[in-house]
Design a protein around this ligand. Sequence first.
Ligand code: ADP
Ligand code: MG
Length: 254
Amino acid sequence: MSSAIISARGVQKSFGRVDVLKGIDLDLFEGQVMCLLGPSGSGKSTFLRCVNHLESVSGGVLTVHGQLVGYRERRGRLYESSEAEICRDRSDIGMVFQHFNLFPHMTVLENLTIGPVTVRGKSRKAAAVRAVELLDQVGLGDKLKAYPRQLSGGQQQRVAIARALAMEPRLMLFDEPTSALDPELVGDVLAVMKNLASEGMTMLVVTHEMGFAREVADVVVFMDGGVVVESGPPGEVLDNPRNERTRAFLSAVL
Ligand code: ADP
Ligand code: MG
């Protein structure tokens, strides 16, 4: 029996009086790939941000790696996590955004080594060796000394993935990683993600790439209006959606 890496039960998130997440229930198990679909504004990014400790939840229970997000239990009571505890929990999670967010003043190699050296306490040498391996894996072994601005969007996004992997995460979150790319660059980024999935990485991916979802996802979740409307294997949710809202969304994007 594999363990739940993410477990959400009735997860709510409000900003002021705006209820964005209205009770999310889902489980992501170790080694699984989950694709999260849904119209703009349905709360997909907000959910990812909660998983990655960038937002606190307003209600319900969210655990990642068996640990309650934002809280620690001591002697049967809950306390808000300290900054150091949040940092530790986050260091097991890699996140890739739509806009690559590389450090512009650092070379590709420096982008990959800074985290492992400063946060993980790796030696510069060990961090550089691992960085070179990862850059080879994403097909950019010849770009160590390049600066982000010298790379295409697709190359920058592959560097961003390699940078997240350099921290040796146990879970990878992707928030529309190919939405900002020219169409001809999308395939290379998806290929890297597919590779990662085949190596057994646990992944939660917000995407509108239906081909990727169909081929790579174990579970597809369709969200609308801050709730999970429908979830299941891609063959069910994409080819045979039971819910009217899922059907309407799919006919608009496919
Ligand atoms: P999606 O990623 O599915 O497009 P988001 O999670 O980005 O949706 O946003 C869902 C809703 O939450 C939107 O209406 C957005 O305006 C609102 N929202 C997101 N972040 C904030 C915030 N920090 N403050 C206020 N409202 C927010
Ligand atoms: Mg979003």
